[in-house]
Ligand binder design. Structure first.
Ligand code: ADP
Ligand code: MG
Length: 618
């Protein structure tokens, strides 16, 4: 058994001075992944065994025996073994087959419709792998790499994900960590990590843009940092725009310029060789003005000027998305103080040039753009290890969370853009006498009716002691942790009946879908609100009708026939109005019934009081 040193005066656990318990930071990327840790207050990216690279290509190769190779060696197999070399796993995380089927051609390997509701699977020979298992292979390789480097075992990690990742995608990432033997202490947003690496959290308040151009994806995030708290104001991006497109632009240019179509048709491996050379040319042009090399006896060259003309429209598109993100965040260009460059493709000089031209902000490129996310994750890990005081990290929830109430209404418990972690609770009651069960259906979205939102799950609070409608006090609490994972608890306060569930939805939504949900919530706002007030009026009327029935029953002994008749008539008028679904006439009928019964209710109350007093025989 391990001994834990405790400071007797303070009761605090003392940190062991001999063996350091490292918490590592991992950037699990679409194209490349890497691991970093903090040593003597400095974050350091870990090199692989060759001592050359910190980046590990996020590629997994399964050989015929089912053995697994990850990284550079796996990347080499991409040419010959397309069907057993898996790349871009991150695009599949938390997704169902239906979510990703349109990417089938792009992926090259086989994806399987295992079952509609659950995660998509990747087929290699006769085996099926979930994206979680595949990501776990990458994480395991990183874990081994850092353990080899440190000479000690490592079990705790912080892993980064894109800001737009939803609950399911975050949970999938966390599960992958677990599968790789890592205790994932926190999932943090990539842009947040990048800004941490630049120490931008140490300012009072700042609004920054994180511009992340990777191998295949572009992400822009607008963050507000206030007193060390990060808030994601907006995210935009393009899931198919990145360095790969720049390679392809050079590739296509060479084919045309040197008439290579013939070679391409006749030599199978030529295409891949040309592609790799194109990437090399691109990287060279980040520092030199011209690139030239021989391939199969032919000299291929390209100048930076030509290269820039080929990719300019792509880079302009990123500028456009950045502007749109600013509009989403309701900010003017001048309100952005800093732009942080992330991703290997921001090394392309034209990116920096354009940013400087269009924005007045300070552009941060001092740190290695393909390491900066992992470095930030390592800093976060160090904060969690308690080595950096006074630091707190917070993100926000991108969509509102709530439950369904009577009539299919969405009742928001945690609203969109709330800083997390957060817990919030609301009280509800039953609508039927003697009700012992209550169904709690949890939804995500901005629309007024749950049918227009996304259902995350449901459960039943059972064992409520039978009580008249409206008497039970049922508290529903939502606890959203720092990773954006939701726990829902329902509790009947009078009897302490309780039920808790963790909500992890069955499959994810894409960021486009999320965007669509937000846009629709605005588009339908007016009709949604009308619909909500109608449903609310109906709900209230039903309660009033129930109460008036009860009233007639309980007071039959003294009400005159004429009074009973009148109540019944107004009751039926309200019922009619409800059937017609017309809010105004419902409200009028409600009013009429209320007005007539109010004085009667007063009399009934006085009678009850009198009875109670005489009953007690004062
Ligand atoms: P991801 O975040 O998608 O995993 P990275 O941030 O590692 O990806 O970026 C990978 C991309 O960066 C690749 O397309 C690679 O060619 C490109 N890249 C790396 N170094 C350079 C460079 N010096 N100049 C231009 N592009 C580069
Ligand atoms: Mg990245």
């Amino acid at each position: 058994m391990a001994k834990i040193p405790i400071q007797l005066q303070t009761g605090q656990v003392e940190k062991s001075k001999t063996k350091k318990d490292y918490i590592i930071g991992i950037d699990l990327g679409t194209t490349n992944s890497l691991v970093a840790y903090v040593s003597e207050d400095q974050p350091k990216a870990v090199k692989d065994r060759s001592g050359k690279h910190t980046l590990v290509p996020s590629i997994i190769y399964f050989d015929a025996q089912g053995d697994v190779i990850v990284g550079e060696e796996a990347k080499k197999q991409l040419v010959r073994h397309t069907d057993r070399t898996i790349f871009s796993v991150k695009r599949l995380m938390g997704k169902s087959y239906a979510d990703v089927v349109q990417m089938r051609d792009f992926l090259g390997y086989r994806i399987i419709d295992h079952d509609d509701e659950s995660l998509v699977r990747v087929a290699v020979d006769q085996r099926y792998y979930t994206p979680i298992e595949l990501s776990a292979h990458i994480l395991r390789a990183l874990k081994q790499q850092v353990e080899w480097h440190l000479g000690t075992s490592v079990t705790k990690a912080v892993i980064t994900v894109p800001a737009y990742f939803n609950d399911t995608q975050r949970q999938a990432t966390r599960d992958a960590g677990k599968l790789a033997g890592l205790d994932v202490l926190r999932i943090i947003n990539e842009p947040t990590a990048a800004s941490l690496a630049y120490g931008l959290n140490r300012t009072d308040h700042k609004t920054i843009a994180v511009y992340d151009l990777g191998g295949g994806t572009f992400d822009i995030s607008i963050l507000r940092i206030e007193d060390g708290i990060f808030e994601v104001l907006a995210t935009r991006g393009d899931a198919f725009l990145g360095g790969d497109d720049f390679d392809r632009a050079i590739f296509d240019y060479w084919i045309e310029q040197y008439n290579l179509q013939n070679r391409l048709d006749h030599q199978k491996s030529y295409s891949q060789k040309l592609r790799l050379l194109a990437e090399k040319a691109k990287k060279t042009l980040s520092k030199d003005d011209i690139f030239s090399a021989q391939l199969d006896g032919l000299v291929l060259s390209i100048s930076r000027e030509v290269f820039e003309s080929l990719i300019e429209s792509k880079i302009d598109r990123t500028m456009c998305l950045l502007r749109q993100a600013l509009i989403d965040a309701r900010l003017e260009i001048g309100q952005i103080h800093d732009i942080v460059l992330v991703g290997g493709s921001t090394r392309v000089p034209l990116v920096r040039k354009k940013l400087l031209k269009h924005f007045a902000a300070k552009v941060h490129d001092e740190l290695n753009p393909d390491e900066v996310v992992a470095l930030g994750a390592a800093i976060q890990a160090d904060i969690l290890a308690g080595n950096q005081k006074n630091m707190l990290l917070l993100d926000v929830t991108p969509l509102s969370l709530g439950i369904e109430t009577i009539g299919g209404l969405m009742d928001t418990i945690i609203s969109r853009n709330t800083k997390i972690p957060i817990s919030a609770a609301r009280n509800y009651t039953t609508s039927v006498d003697g009700q012992t069960n209550l169904k709690i259906a949890v939804y995500q979205g901005e629309r007024e009716m749950v049918q227009d939102n996304r259902k995350l799950g449901e459960f039943i609070l059972s064992g409520i002691p039978p009580m008249p409608a409206g008497i039970p006090k049922i508290e529903i609490s939502f606890m959203l942790d720092a990773d954006g994972l939701l726990r829902v608890r329902a509790r009947e306060l009078r009897s302490q009946t309780e039920q808790t569930v963790s909500i992890t939805s069955t499959y994810g939504i894409s960021d486009e879908e999320m965007g669509k949900m937000l846009i629709e919530s605005i588009r339908y706002a007016k009709s949604d609100i009308a619909q909500r007030s109608l449903v609310e009026a109906i709900n209230e009327s039903n309660a009033i009708l129930l109460a008036s029935d009860k009233f007639l029953n309980n007071n039959a002994d003294w009400l005159s026939a004429q009074q009973v008749q009148k109540v019944k008539q107004l009751h039926d008028q309200l019922l009619d109005a409800i059937r017609q679904n017309d809010k105004d006439s419902i409200l009028r009928a409600q009013e009429a019934l209320n007005q007539y019964t109010e004085p009667l209710a007063q009399i009934a109350l006085e009678k009850t009081i009198k009875k109670a007093i005489t009953g007690k025989k004062i």
